[in-house]
Design a protein around this ligand. Structure first.
Ligand code: ADP
Length: 420
């Protein structure tokens, strides 16, 4: 019981005692008690009425009162002030958020759980031709009817961004769930970036195709010259042949990479017979290795969906690298692994290893840790870029574990597919 209520009871008891005493003197106890209690009841009803009026329209000024009612108003007034302050804070935050999102160059849209538009910024108005009055409350897929977008919104798999065409623009879109079933959609026009990227890809692909013919012709003539070589021309011809062979390798890998970049998405990935695939790659590796290393393979049954030839190329690149960068006599192991999060195909060697600062850059085109060694063993500097490209297309990742002088482990990690 609070002190205010105790005080109120005390006043009531004193009041009743006084009335009893007065009643006894004038010989009208019941009458006086009745009058006293009625006055108390009227006062309570009057205060209750004032309280309901104030609660309906709370304001800074509270009705003047005393006793327990003064205490009730004091508490209510503090709650009211606290609420006002946090409402003000929230409104300020909301205004700041709206101002900053309005200034954002990216189109920003808030969707509710039914995919209906709750709010959007001026950039969204411009990018998607929205109108505030007309489009707020509309389902977004009624306004953006592009099939790729509609399917993305319907499937609700928002982990990967979506690139799609709208009004002759290329749009890159991200959707992030937040709050209770709401979504924040952010989009930007990447038409120019895509154009430049396409130009770069086309240039590399065209240049590689153009270079292929002269190099094939040169190779043919070098073959001819080598048949008629004498002692003095043997060494230079051998060098020329090695270099043309290198160029041929680089060109065919560049063409392969360009093909992977321009290929359509793997829409219907099939279950890969991983045992057959890895055994095929292993047989090839044995032929390439010619008994210089101790090669072994261990296959646990794992399920991988995707494109057979692309995966074969990726695993084959990893094994070829292990053979190239491992001294003779050491062992190279190919194995598969399975855990709750996914399946992996790994190649582990006891080779030269890689210092940690190089590891993040290994999949860049033409990045080599040791250029001389790469050339010596016939590397092109493109093998791991191809591996990365293939894995990206399969939603997989390359994990590299290595230390200089202590061998390396390259794992292709295929996470379990989920519906997000
Ligand atoms: P390259 O054709 O030069 O081998 P890659 O793209 O396949 O090009 O590999 C990039 C670089 O990564 C290589 O030049 C090499 O320095 C390093 N590398 C790749 N695999 C291994 C490995 N198993 N052991 C040590 N270094 C490696």
């Amino acid at each position: 019981m609070t002190s205010a209520v105790k005080r109120e009871i005390e006043i009531l008891v004193y009041g009743l005692c006084f009335l009893l005493f007065l009643g006894a003197i004038i010989d009208h106890v019941t009458l006086l008690l009745l009058i006293g209690l009625s006055v108390y009841l009227i006062r309570t009803l009057y205060n209750l009425n004032q309280l309901t009026q104030w609660l309906e329209k709370p304001s800074k000024t509270v009705p003047e009162n005393w006793g327990v009612w003064e205490d009730v108003y004091y508490q209510l007034y503090h709650i009211y002030r606290r609420n006002r302050r946090s409402r003000k804070k929230l409104t300020n935050m909301l205004t700041r958020f709206q101002k900053s999102t309005q200034a954002l160059p990216y189109a920003t849209i808030v969707l509710n759980h039914n995919d209906e538009i709750e709010w959007f910024n001026p950039a969204a108005r411009q990018l998607f031709n929205f109108y505030s009055k007309r489009d707020i409350g509309q389902r977004i897929n009624n306004l953006i009817r592009q099939p790729a977008f509609v399917s993305y919104i319907t499937k609700k798999r928002y982990k990967k961004p979506l690139e799609f065409q709208f009004n002759h623009q290329n749009i890159l879109l991200n959707i992030t769930p937040y709050g209770s079933g709401q979504y924040l959609l952010s989009a930007r026009d990447v038409t120019q970036v895509k154009k430049l990227e396409d130009m770069r890809r086309d240039f590399i692909s065209n240049a590689s195709h153009e270079l292929r013919t002269p190099i094939t012709v040169m190779s043919g003539y070098i073959e001819m010259l080598r048949e008629a070589e004498d002692e003095s021309s043997r060494m230079p011809l051998e060098k020329i042949q090695q270099q043309t062979q290198r160029m041929e390798n680089i060109i065919s890998e560049l063409i392969g990479l360009a093909k992977l970049e321009t290929a359509d998405e793997i829409d219907n990935p099939v279950l890969i017979d991983i045992t057959a695939l890895l055994n095929e790659v292993f047989d090839e590796a044995q032929t390439f290795d010619q008994g210089r290393h101790k090669l072994s393979i261990t296959i646990e049954p794992i399920q991988i969906y995707g494109h057979y030839d692309e995966l074969r190329m990726a695993f084959s690149n990893l094994i070829t690298n292990a053979i190239r960068y491992t001294p003779e006599g050491k062992s190279i192991k190919i194995f598969t692994q399975l855990d709750d999060a996914g399946a992996s195909v790994c190649v582990k060697d006891e080779g030269v290893g890689i210092r940690y600062e190089h590891i993040p850059r290994l999949t860049e085109r033409f990045y080599r840790v040791d250029e001389g060694r790469s050339r010596e063993v016939g590397g092109t500097g493109l093998g791991l870029s191809i591996v990365k490209q293939v894995l990206d297309r399969h939603g997989a990742m390359l994990r590299v574990n290595s230390k200089a002088g202590q061998g390396s482990q390259f794992c292709c990690y295929f996470p379990v597919m989920d519906n997000e």
